[in-house]
Design a protein around this ligand. Structure first.
Ligand SMILES: [Zn+2]
Length: 168
């Protein structure tokens, strides 16, 4: 399995949203209609989505024990505005939290977080600790102590920096 494999279930939506912004280059996929389309966003709704994105990134940093990368609206405050319903499958009685009427992005993200909490996967969706990166990734390490989006990229860079610091 590749290190960049998508997180399970609906958390893939959260990861995809957080990773619409490349912090290193400043490139923002939500600036273009093609980039907004997968999230059902328009130019008008992209603003709140950007706020949601950074609140999510701060929560994913917190999962790895890091403080927020900048001041954000607390994620819980945003998600509290998301209308959700409890759905029950008549076939097997299984229940889940779902967005109302297939809802706006905020509700879909709230449902994804709720699903991740139930599945025990939410805490493993993290943001890379490298300040120029903070990319969202799913930590598949056995102990759940992953620190970087990719050992090959950010992990190697951090190791190289430490190595140089020792040599100096
Ligand atoms: Zn990284």
């Amino acid at each position: 399995m590749s290190e960049r494999a998508d997180p399970p279930g609906r958390l893939a939506l959260v990861q995809a949203l957080v990773n619409t912004l490349d912090l290193e280059t400043g490139g923002d996929a939500l600036d273009t209609p093609q980039g907004r389309a997968p999230f059902g966003l328009t130019e008008d709704t992209a603003g709140p989505a950007r706020e949601l994105r950074e609140s999510l990134r701060a929560a994913l940093l917190a999962h790895a024990g890091h403080s927020p990368h900048r001041a954000v609206t607390p994620l819980g405050e945003l998600l509290a505005r998301a209308p959700l319903v409890v759905t029950v499958d008549p076939a097997d009685g299984s229940a889940a939290l779902a967005p109302v009427d297939d809802g706006p992005l905020l509700s879909r993200v709230a449902a994804a977080v709720a699903e991740g909490v139930t599945a025990g996967t939410w805490g493993r969706l993290k943001a890379c600790e490298a300040p120029t990166c903070h990319w969202a990734y799913y930590d598949r390490s056995p102990a759940g102590r992953g620190r970087w989006c990719s050992m090959q990229v950010c992990g190697a860079r951090a190791k190289m920096r430490r190595y140089r610091a020792k040599e100096a």
